[in-house]
Design a protein around this ligand. Structure first.
Ligand code: MLT
Length: 410
């Protein structure tokens, strides 16, 4: 008998975005002529930057020649030209020194942030913020680390740190003991960003309590203030307590191309059952080389092109475009009486639902009356109830039109 992994039965309904997709499809079937504007899932809309396209084409041509053809990539799957670009532009330029064997190139931060829990013990206690990117929670549920959910959808085995207006949606470290804490800055879904002092408090806490921070920096490129930290390794001691994830998805339009990386510093260790300290870098290397064969060569060339002078300029313009949308959404809805947060260092605006509507009722109302897709805040956790998220990933015209339609609907 093929017994299933019963922990999957503990997962809440469907994953958030397929449920939104289902509601939008049902709406479109009932209203085939409605022009729906999608500001729900944070998916990029601008075409790839020319520097990226040229690099992909060049790599494809190379692969079509006897001299340029490549099979499996290097042992870790990461090409030196890409890792060198990452080390130089994402870290050395911010005063952070890492080495190439601390960078693990992958096909997405969703996968990495979901898979990283595999190298930790079953009995590790996990903390997440609430609201939270659902992947952190669901993958720990699947792994059997959480127990069952209560009526609010909260799992007893997880410590939820409330991110709300009182703490600027950036909770500090918990009072009670935790082994793993997931942090995301700039934050998905709230758009809030951690300050240097805020991250330093987390690093000090993790070092004191022998905990590991899993820091998701997939949206770092959207930080507008150069004084704000982009990497947790800008904080002293973070290399002894933190794993970091970065992605090309949002910064360079790679949601359909797929390239990201995870940093696991060699100084970082966890405890074995006998108390021995074990390198987490070595464990992740073992996991990565067992379950993954690397990102396609053409994709790695495309990602490396993001670091070229033209690539940085062109992708910087893309980020600026989305951030102008974020400002327009935040200011446009704000002027109409909505209370908005985020959108200043992140491509997401987080707004209070009007008229005391629940998050899903607000989602349905905006879809029905404005033909705009948003994301219900409660889909990210019970503390997201009473909020909705608006993504800035779209054309200027659609962002303007969506704001106008939402204003008219309320
Ligand atoms: C989101 O909308 O929250 C993101 O697109 C999800 C993701 O990056 O996986």
């Amino acid at each position: 008998m093929a017994r299933i992994n019963d922990h999957y039965q503990k997962l809440q309904a469907g994953y958030l975005f397929p449920e939104i997709g289902r509601r939008v499809r049902a709406f479109q079937e009932r209203n085939p002529d409605a022009r729906v504007i999608r500001l729900g899932i944070g998916d990029v809309t601008l075409p790839l930057a020319p520097a990226v396209v040229d690099a992909m084409k060049g790599a494809a041509d190379e692969m079509g020649t006897p001299e340029g053809f490549r099979g499996y990539g290097p042992e870790l799957g990461a090409e030196a030209f890409l890792v060198d670009g990452i080390l130089e532009h994402d870290f050395r330029s911010r005063g952070v020194e890492l080495s190439s064997d601390e960078i693990f190139v992958s096909d997405g931060s969703k996968q990495d942030s979901g898979n990283i829990q595999e190298i930790f013990g079953q009995d590790c206690r996990v903390a997440v913020t609430d609201p939270v990117y659902p992947v952190y929670v669901d993958t720990n549920v699947m792994a059997g680390r959480t127990g069952t959910a209560d009526q609010q959808g909260r799992y007893g085995g997880i410590l939820y740190l409330r991110a709300d207006e009182s703490n600027g949606f950036v909770p500090g470290p918990p009072e009670e003991p935790v082994d793993l804490a997931y942090l995301c800055s700039p934050n998905n879904p709230t758009g809030a960003v951690a300050t240097r002092e805020g991250l330093a408090a987390w690093v000090a806490w993790a070092l004191e309590h022998d905990a590991v921070l899993i820091f998701d920096a997939a949206y770092d490129a959207f930080i507008q203030d150069p004084a704000l930290p982009r990497s947790i390794y800008e904080i002293d001691g973070a290399d002894r307590c933190a794993i970091e994830m970065r992605s090309f998805s949002k910064r360079a339009g790679f949601t359909g191309v797929r390239c990201a990386y995870t940093v696991v510093p060699k100084a970082l260790t966890g405890a074995a059952a006998n108390g021995e300290r074990v390198s987490l870098n070595a464990l992740w290397l073992r996991r990565h080389s067992t379950k993954f064969n690397g990102v396609p060569y053409v994709v790695q060339r495309a990602a490396a092109a993001v670091f070229s002078p033209e690539g940085r300029k062109q992708t910087g313009e893309q980020v600026a475009h989305y951030m102008a949308n974020a400002r327009l959404i935040r200011e446009g809805l704000g002027a109409a009486g909505f209370t908005c947060f985020g959108g200043e260092h992140a491509p997401y605006v987080w707004a209070r639902t009007p008229e005391g509507l629940s998050s899903w009722d607000c989602f349905d109302r905006i879809l029905a009356d404005a033909h705009v897709v948003t994301t219900p805040g409660s889909g990210f956790g019970s503390a997201g109830e009473g909020y909705f998220r608006i993504s800035a990933f779209n054309s200027r015209e659609n962002a303007e039109e969506a704001v106008a339609r939402i204003r008219k609907a309320f």
